[in-house]
Design a protein around this ligand. Structure first.
Ligand SMILES: Cc1cc2nc3c(=O)[nH]c(=O)nc-3n(C[C@H](O)[C@H](O)[C@H](O)COP(=O)(O)OP(=O)(O)OC[C@H]3O[C@@H](n4cnc5c(N)ncnc54)[C@H](O)[C@@H]3O)c2cc1C
Length: 420
């Protein structure tokens, strides 16, 4: 077993959060090693971006690469009610007449690799096929990582700052038992890709569609992708979608459940009439959780490793990119001040959690059966802009909280989750 101390920062996980923090720290001249356990790009769910990602892409130098990519452009999101009626699309340019109002729908294997390539171009040492088994601590100070390499060997690698961006694997969160599942968002999801299928025209071609099923017990996403593919997934409470659907022998037929839900969603069924399902249904559950701390002495959490809300507003990638950016700034400052304490490295936490909280309230509104955005906006048309701002991800650049007192009259909000 080898021991190295050649890096200022080790970033665990080469998803969007990890690539972002690694790139921005390396750009400031620090030695950054990024470890990704997968040996090559793989399928991942989470394919729809929101406009506010623009600003992180700009810092990363990714805008031109995205503009010249084959990823469909996304101008809007459109909601379909349980009756099958579509809302008018929420066009992001309604509140933001800037090029950042147009974003992209991405194939994750390609998108994540683009970000990793960009990190390498900016000086990050990227090693694929290296999984981290454990973050090493001396008391409550992180000192390094123990790896498990694709060839079976193990190494101890040391660095001054350890960033956990392992996504839902949430390495440090599990190691230090920091994570709490959102009690009222015990959800599951079934998803796949289709080839073909109907798309709207013009600027609506790349829209994300969010469609409720008949009884509002579940909802589907429809996300247009390159290669004439569409990502289709259904989300519902864990008990409803999986637990209560086992057959007499306790087996789950996820394809059957997916088809049954699709039967309850006429507008989507029509769109998929001539489309072909490309691979078996994939399942994920219990994805909504949050850690009680965002940093400690010499360690930081980024992206899903800190927490994930819900797929409904496509905020996961944005929050991974944004926390990557904010974490990079506090890490660079930590090196400048030679202070790697929890107070320094966690100093972006309160602002980050505040922004997340705005999305969280809107997620709870969406899952409140008696709440309807259409009714809310007919009573409070002045809040249309505030909702588009949140759907665009403008929760760090604008104060969007003014919509919540009115909304709270129609749906109960959960207690806020401050950092511990
Ligand atoms: C059903 C569902 C639908 C979603 N839809 C959307 C959507 O439409 N839009 C959106 O923005 N978000 C969506 N998300 C969320 C989105 O997928 C995540 O928020 C996003 O991928 C988080 O990025 P990340 O970099 O934090 O983690 P990830 O993208 O998960 O990256 C983590 C990386 O770490 C690596 N890794 C893990 N463990 C180790 C280890 N021990 N050692 C080394 N490497 C390791 C993994 O291989 C992976 O590459 C969805 C999520 C779910 C569950």
């Amino acid at each position: 077993m080898n021991t190295y101390q050649n890096y200022d920062t080790i970033v665990i996980g080469g998803g969007p959060g990890g690539s972002t923090v690694a790139t921005l720290v390396a750009e400031q001249g620090y030695r950054v090693l990024l470890l990704e356990r997968e040996t090559e790009p793989t399928f991942k769910i989470g394919e729809s971006l929101i406009p506010a990602t623009y600003w992180t892409f700009k810092r990363l130098g990714m805008l031109e690469k995205l503009r010249t990519s084959h990823f469909p452009q996304k101008y809007s999101v459109q909601f379909y009610s349980r009756s099958g009626k579509g809302s008018s699309p929420f066009y992001f340019f309604q509140t933001n007449p800037h090029e950042s109002a147009v974003t992209w729908q991405v194939l994750r294997s390609e998108f994540d690799q683009m970000l990793l390539d960009n990190a390498e171009e900016k000086g990050v040492a990227v090693r694929r096929g290296v999984g981290v088994r454990e973050v090493l601590f001396d008391g409550d100070t992180a000192t390094g990582v123990l790896t498990q390499n694709a060839d079976g060997t193990r190494e101890t690698l040391n660095a001054t700052v350890i960033v956990d961006s392992t996504g839902q694997r949430s390495l440090i969160g599990r190691q230090l038992k920091l994570n709490t599942i959102e009690p009222n968002l015990k959800m599951a999801s079934l998803f796949t890709h289709y080839e073909g299928g109907h798309r709207d025209e013009g600027i609506d071609e790349g829209a994300t569609l969010i469609l409720h099923t008949e009884e509002k017990d579940s909802w589907f996403w429809s996300i247009p992708l390159p290669y004439n593919r569409t990502s289709i997934g259904v989300v519902g409470e864990l008990d409803y979608l999986l637990q209560n659907r086992r057959d007499a022998s306790g087996k789950l037929d996820t394809q059957k459940i997916f088809n049954e839900e699709l039967m309850k969603c006429a507008p989507l069924q029509h769109r998929l009439e001539d489309a072909k399902q490309l691979f078996p249904i994939q399942t994920t559950k219990d994805f909504s959780y949050r850690a009680s701390r965002i940093a400690g002495n010499n360690w930081v959490l980024v992206g899903d490793a800190f927490g994930f809300l819900d797929p409904v507003y496509s905020t996961g990638l944005f929050l991974a990119l944004k926390s990557g950016e904010m974490a990079a700034d506090v890490i660079v400052e930590a090196f400048q001040k030679d202070n790697f304490s929890e107070t320094q490295l966690g100093s972006f936490g309160p602002a980050f959690v505040n922004g997340m909280e705005a999305f969280r309230k809107l997620v709870y509104a969406f899952y409140t059966k008696k709440f309807s955005f259409a009714r809310f906006l007919s009573e409070y048309p002045e809040h249309q802009g505030g909702i588009v701002d949140i759907l665009s991800g403008d929760v760090f650049r604008k104060d969007v909280t003014h919509i919540f007192p009115a909304m709270a009259e129609m749906c109960p909000f959960p207690p806020e989750m401050p950092l511990g």
